[in-house]
Each structure stands twice: as C-alpha cells, then as structure tokens.
Design a protein around this ligand. Structure first.
Ligand code: 4NP
Length: 162
C-alpha cells in the first residue's frame, strides 16, 4: 500500500501529513507495509525544505520534517500510489484533472475524509500566522488516526470522496 499526500507547495501541509502519517502508521505496526510520500501540485518550491513554521509546529509535537524535500506531482504518481490524498478542494480538482484515466481518478480523495468531521479543507497556512500551522497539525493528526483505523479495519476504500 502506497499513500501520497498532496497540497500546493509541498512545504507546509503535505510534509506535515507525511511525517504524522509515517509515525502513526509505524506506531500501529504498519511500518514496511504502508509507504507514505508527499508532493505539491505547484512547482514553486521544488527541491526546497519545508517551511520553518511547519517544522517548528511539528517539532513541538515531536515530528521531524527537516529531511523532507519538496517535489511536484508527476504522472507516474497515479500509477505508483494506491491512495492520493488532497489537502483541499483546489488540490483535489487539480489532481482529478491530472489523472490520466478513471482508475487513477478514483484514487484521489481528501485527507480529511478520514477525520471525524465533515470538513474537507485543510486551510492553506502559508500566508497566515503561526497558529494556522497548529491548526494544520490538529486536522492532520485527526485524519491520520482515522486512516490508521480504516486500514486496521480493512475498509479504507469505503471512504472515497464523492
Ligand atoms: P502548502 O502551502 O501547499 O501547504 O505547502 C503553500 C506553500 C507555498 C505556497 C502556497 C501554499 N506558495 O504559493 O508559494
């Protein structure tokens, strides 16, 4: 099983989700069975390190983002990954438009499909204050817990976005 988390720049939301998912999956015993990666729909930050505000907020909860480097979504991702999880509706629409066919399009969901609330958007924190990065972590941690539970119960496919 391979999971790709996608936001716009791949320096704030998706690297945060990348690190949170990796840790929570490892804690649940999925290490080696589920692979996680992240990417951005945009090309602004290719090769760049995660935003220092995202690194700091994550470090406060014990997650390390500093080794991650931004990359852009590429066509091969739609083949390689089983689930492609968008951070917001703009990312979702861009991914659906990039997907080469119906089978690949069906892999695109919202990360927050796995969180408890009906909310689908992880707000873009890039132009916001530091507290927005804490909010990203709250949402991402909730979704990661839900995704781990879905994998444990084997029903992750039932969470497909409409
Ligand atoms: P992210 O945040 O999509 O969560 O990584 C952003 C980072 C950079 C930009 C926008 C959003 N930007 O426009 O450069």
């Amino acid at each position: 099983m391979r999971i790709l988390v996608v936001c716009l720049g791949n320096i704030c939301r998706s690297p945060t989700a990348h690190a949170v998912l990796e840790r929570k999956l490892a804690e649940a015993g999925f290490a080696g069975r589920v692979q996680v990666d992240s990417a951005g729909t945009g090309d602004y930050h290719i090769g760049g390190v995660p935003d220092p505000r995202a690194c700091e907020a994550a470090a406060e909860r014990g997650y390390d983002l500093t080794h991650l480097r931004a990359r852009q979504v590429e066509p091969a991702d739609f083949v390689r990954f089983d689930m492609i999880l968008a951070a917001d509706s703009e990312n979702f629409a861009d991914l659906v438009a990039l997907a080469p066919g119906a089978a690949e399009r069906a892999k695109v969901k919202y990360l927050l499909d796995y969180a408890g609330s009906p909310e689908q958007e992880i707000p873009d924190p890039y132009e916001e204050e530091a507290q927005a990065f804490g909010r990203v972590l709250d949402l991402v941690e909730e979704a990661a817990d839900g995704l781990v539970e879905a994998l444990q119960s084997g029903d992750w496919t039932t969470h497909a976005s409409a």
